[in-house]
Every structure is written in structure tokens, then in C-alpha cells.
Design a protein around this ligand. Structure first.
Ligand SMILES: [Zn+2]
Length: 242
């Protein structure tokens, strides 16, 4: 039987038959792949922890009608995530976003690496959770071809003066002259938060101290853009609203 080895993050799973679990893996090599963990529901099952959401490691599976996992070596379980309810919801949101934007079987190396960085930041850093989610949305737009132009209007190329608008039809930022009926104004506060979040790596996010209300508004703006790009609505759990 042919075996495939992948580096992957567990996106989540559901019970299958009595003792098995069907799990979605976000793999470095093949994007999202569905695999089967056999007999993992008993307390002493060998692969028990490997099937848990957020687990990151090397997985080997036999390819067939079901891709049956034969071994797994976990590199990181992102332990901190399950110890803090806000961190848990933040990490769930990150995985949810991946499931919304990435078609099954489509590889995206950059997005895989950014997802790992995001989960690490959630688990081990002291960064604000909503800042991490906003950063992840910016990274997702970038990774899928909708990078924001932050200095100049994406339509006419002129330098931004006072007003900036999110053009929801194209997912970019324009000046006052180039706004259309599908544009939403970005306030100065939202813009400066967006700018800081865009240029700050995940590893440094904990150094940003941004206003909670601005972060909520920025999230709503990015969500509108997300909905127009990917046809999916994101809901921020109440516990993460600041
Ligand atoms: Zn313009």
C-alpha cells in the first residue's frame, strides 16, 4: 500500500463509526486532506493525542478510499491554547478561517507557515487575541492575492492624504477620489492599526498595544472584506470582543 508523509496541523475532526475519527489535516504538501484515525477513541490508543485539534507534526497515512493514518510524530500541541478560554477561541477562529478560504487539496505553503506562526503566538506569547486575529486576516488576504496597498491609492496611485476607503468589490484601499458605491471609509485610527498590524511580524505582535474599540472596528472592516472575497461570514465570539 502506498504511504504518504506530510507535515500537518490538525484542523478538527468528527466521530466515525464506533471507535474511529475522521480528521481534516492542513498539510504543508497538499493543503487540506481528510484522514482516518482508526480505533483512537479508547483511552490508551497509540495515536490518541495526534488527532487533537491544533496538533502539529509529521503524519504518515496509507492512501486509499480512506487515508488511514499509520503513524504520527507530534512536534507541538500548542499546549497554552487549551489552558485559556480566550486563547482557545482565538486559535479556533484561525483554523475556521483556513477552512473558509482554502479549497480542499490546494497547497499553500505560505499560508501554512503563517498559520503555524499564528498558533505559536496564540499559545506562547502575550499578544492581544483580537490583534492576532486581525493580523491573521491581513496575512490571509496577502496569501490569496489581496494584499492591501498601504501607502498609495490602489486605483490612481496617488499618496493617501486624509481619507482612505476599503473598496469591497476589489478588496483594496483607495483614496477619496477613487471611492465607489462599494467603498467603506477607514477611520484614521483603524488605518493606523491596520498599518501597524500589517508591518509587524507575529513574533513581535505582543509589543503592540492597540485600542480595543479600534481593534473591534478593524475586525468588522476586515470581515466585510472577507465576506466579499470568500463568501463566508465570520462571527467574533463575544468573549473576544474588547
Ligand atoms: Zn485614488
Amino acid at each position: 500500500m502506498e504511504e504518504t508523509k506530510v507535515k500537518a496541523i490538525v484542523l478538527g475532526g468528527r466521530d466515525y463509526k464506533e471507535k474511529d475519527k475522521l480528521v481534516d489535516l492542513f498539510t504543508l504538501e497538499q493543503g487540506i486532506v481528510s484522514v482516518l484515525f482508526k480505533s483512537v477513541k479508547s483511552a490508551n490508543a497509540k495515536l490518541k493525542s495526534a488527532k487533537e485539534m491544533f496538533s502539529f507534526g509529521d503524519f504518515i497515512y496509507a492512501t486509499g478510499k480512506f487515508n488511514v493514518v499509520t503513524s504520527a510524530e507530534i512536534i507541538d500541541t500548542f499546549y497554552g491554547i487549551t489552558k485559556d478560554i480566550k486563547k482557545y477561541y482565538t486559535a479556533c477562529m484561525i483554523l475556521e478561517i483556513i477552512k473558509c478560504v482554502l479549497p480542499v487539496g490546494e497547497q499553500n505553503v505560505n499560508l501554512f507557515l503563517e498559520t503555524l506562526k499564528a498558533l505559536k503566538t496564540v499559545a506562547y506569547d502575550n499578544a492581544d487575541n483580537l490583534t492576532i486575529i486581525n493580523k491573521f486576516l491581513v496575512v490571509v488576504f496577502e496569501g490569496l492575492g489581496y494584499k492591501f496597498a498601504l501607502n498609495t491609492c490602489n486605483t490612481c496611485g496617488c499618496k493617501f492624504m486624509n481619507y482612505r476607503y476599503m473598496n469591497l468589490e476589489y478588496g483594496d484601499i483607495t483614496c477619496h477620489n477613487c471611492k465607489t458605491l462599494n467603498s467603506v471609509e477607514i477611520s484614521v485610527g483603524e488605518y493606523s492599526a491596520l498599518r501597524l498590524i500589517s508591518i509587524t511580524e507575529f513574533e513581535k505582535l505582543s509589543t503592540l498595544k492597540l485600542n480595543g474599540e479600534v481593534l473591534n472596528k478593524l475586525f468588522n472592516l476586515l470581515c466585510m472584506n472577507f465576506e466579499h472575497r470568500f463568501n463566508k461570514k465570520l462571527e467574533l465570539p463575544d468573549i473576544l470582543k474588547t
